[in-house]
Design a protein around this ligand. Structure first.
Ligand code: SF4
Ligand code: ZN
Length: 305
């Protein structure tokens, strides 16, 4: 690491190991914002006249995403707002909701919250009391509920694009989880180019080419207040183990996650092009579904029977 920034000769604050760059805080932030703008353009994530709803949880990734997207959207005349899902996780969500409310007010964007309780009649904790099958993990229930809740609240604010803060590490972890679960079709979903689905909504992941630890550093140097406490259900699935495994590999072989990510994108593209998922309507709720009954309705049936 050099003591001065490679780009402006300011004081180095960050050493980017995989590229050998020494960067000051300002140039580091600029490099991340440029990378996000490039990703958006490479995968045609935003189009003229879009309204983007940024899914903001209160963690470092989603708040940093909002922080980066607001100026990009303003520059291109794109409408932007923030949406938050309140799962109803005692002692965890209250703090993050407070952080999000203050931050969106500071960023001057519209904000809407939707809770599982309002949408499904039960909080996540209440749904966990109802589950009979122990193989139904907290995160599988929560993930199914969250995807639908995000769609619903995005429709309520009349957004046609949902931006989520999934980063490069998330993409790699999801890829490995799908491999271990034997779900090849889902690998196609990792491909960053968005496809319109229910009610013409598109999902975009502008941080997908950025390492998680660089987003954490971005949040830190830009003084973005975020919730550091993790969800109490976080370690129930295998994601944490995979995350630790990948981080250990990266520590010993710098750049390996980036190489792996590029391979994942190529595989995901092939699978996406060849998979023929049917698009039906759920017979119970009328929403888009690959099966007769959508995953949310199936989950509700399993919980209530
Ligand atoms: Fe939901 Fe699992 Fe995330 Fe907790 S860690 S918020 S239970 S998906
Ligand atoms: Zn349904």
């Amino acid at each position: 690491m050099k003591p001065v920034c490679d780009r402006c000769e300011g004081k180095t604050a960050y050493y980017r190991e995989y590229s050998g760059e020494s960067l000051c805080g300002k140039c580091f932030s600029k490099s991340l914002r440029e990378k996000v703008a490039k990703t958006i353009s490479k995968y045609s994530m935003l189009k003229y006249g879009d309204k983007v709803a940024v899914a903001v949880s209160g963690g470092k990734d989603s708040l940093s995403l909002l922080h980066m997207l607001v100026p990009i959207c303003k520059k291109h005349g794109t409408n932007i707002c923030a949406i938050t899902i309140d799962e109803g996780i005692d002692g965890y969500r209250e703090e993050s909701l407070e952080i999000v409310k203050n931050f969106v007010a500071q960023m001057n964007v519209e904000h809407r919250v939707l809770s599982y309780k309002e949408l499904y009649g039960m909080s996540l904790e209440e749904s966990l009391e109802l589950r009979k099958e122990r193989n139904m993990s907290s995160c599988s229930i929560c993930g199914t509920f969250r995807r639908r809740a995000i769609d619903v609240v995005a429709e309520r604010v009349q957004a046609n694009v949902i931006a989520t803060a999934h980063n490069l590490d998330d993409a790699l972890q999801t890829f490995l989880i799908n491999i271990l679960a034997g779900d090849a079709d889902r690998i196609g979903w990792t491909y960053p180019e968005s496809v319109a689905y229910a009610n013409n909504l598109r999902k975009i992941k502008p941080l997908t080419e950025i390492y998680e630890h660089e987003i954490a550093f971005y949040a830190l140097i830009n003084e973005i207040p975020f919730q550091s406490e993790e969800c109490p259900h976080m370690n129930e699935g295998i994601r944490t183990q995979i995350r630790e495994f990948l981080n250990k590999l990266e520590g010993e072989h710098v750049g390996i996650k980036y190489n792996a990510y590029n391979t994942v994108v190529k595989i995901a593209k092939r699978i996406k092009e060849t998979s023929s998922r049917e698009h039906n309507k759920c017979v119970l709720c009328g929403r888009d579904s690959t099966n007769n009954i959508c995953s949310v309705c199936s989950m509700m049936i399993a919980l209530k029977q």
